[in-house]
Design a protein around this ligand. Structure first.
Ligand code: AMP
Length: 282
């Protein structure tokens, strides 16, 4: 696997592939890679001739009291995992290359950001959209792969690419889970053994609620009971537990295949904030 650190080297690599008629799949990450990230690489490999991953812990998407400093960094181990998966290249940009002195422009979408995770993480989605916009422009890939685990993020990226006439196709990849159904996340590394046991109840509660809502149960009452169940399972608090339309993230009261919807949750456990979501329509 080739490693590139500067943008001219990245551009010449990708343009070289394209000159040979090869298609390129792009997998943006913040590193501390796990089987969820690897699934993005796998799908990109299946669908494209070449796969380019990047690792960049983006300071712009961390709030002042968030975990930028302690976010897990393991570049060598990540590179070994990507190599084993058959990834063709890894782009490792430097912070001062992505945000040189004088950098001021941001990509923002207040409509889709000022809800769900955006309420407890002000500025997070502006930072995320800005870096994804820059990286998609730099990589000039045919398709970019993002996880459904971060569903609001995926929706915001789809909207940005459509609204700003960007040419890279956005591909959503279903959430990869451990054997207990817990959505894999780099932040699961923060959980103690006890917290891990509690964390594994989140998807069970979520699936139980989704099933009842799909079967026509009273969503507001089920969501209220669901919040109590999550706290009773050992979580410290529930940021949100909501049914939202998949395309607009607007609240929904009924769901059917014409109005695809998700049940989304964020809950705090010690110092860790966990998110998950499941599809509501069959
Ligand atoms: P991150 O490194 O957390 O920024 O994640 C990089 C990409 O991997 C994002 O598109 C995430 O949605 C995706 N991702 C993270 N965890 C999972 C998972 N468990 N299943 C599928 N995709 C994931």
């Amino acid at each position: 696997m080739e490693t590139v650190r500067d943008t001219p080297a990245l551009k010449s690599l990708v343009r070289g592939w394209k000159a040979k008629g090869q298609t390129v799949g792009f997998v943006p990450t913040m590193g501390a890679l796990h089987a969820g990230h690897m699934q993005l690489v796998k799908q990109a490999k299946e669908e494209r001739d070449r796969v380019l991953a990047y690792i960049f812990v983006n300071p712009l998407q961390f709030g002042p009291n968030e975990d930028l400093e302690r976010y897990p960094r393991q570049e060598e181990q990540d590179a070994a995992l990507l190599t084993a998966e058959g990834c063709d290249a890894l782009y490792l940009p430097r912070v001062d290359d992505v945000y040189p002195p004088g950098f001021t422009t941001k990509v923002t979408n207040a409509d889709l950001s000022n809800m769900l995770c955006g309420l407890s993480r002000p500025g997070h989605f502006d930072g995320m959209l800005t870096v994804v916009c820059k990286m998609l422009n730099r990589a000039e890939a045919d398709a970019a792969y993002f996880g459904e685990k971060d569903f609001q993020q995926l929706t915001l990226i789809r909207r940005m690419v459509s609204d700003l006439d960007m040419t890279t196709r956005v591909v959503g990849v279903p959430t990869v889970r451990d054997v207990h159904g817990l959505a894999l996340s780099s932040r699961n590394a923060y959980l103690s053994d006890r917290e891990l046991q509690i964390a594994r109840s989140l998807n069970v509660i979520l699936n139980g609620l989704a099933e009842k809502i799909r079967n026509g149960g009273d969503a507001p009452a089920l969501l209220a009971a669901g919040r109590e169940q999550i706290v009773a399972a050992g979580f410290d608090s529930v940021d949100y537990l909501e049914c939202r339309s998949e395309n607009s993230l607007s609240p929904i009261s009924t769901c059917d295949s014409k109005n695809p919807a998700r049940l989304l949750v964020a809950a705090k456990l010690g110092k860790t904030r966990l998110i998950d979501n499941v599809r509501l329509h069959p």
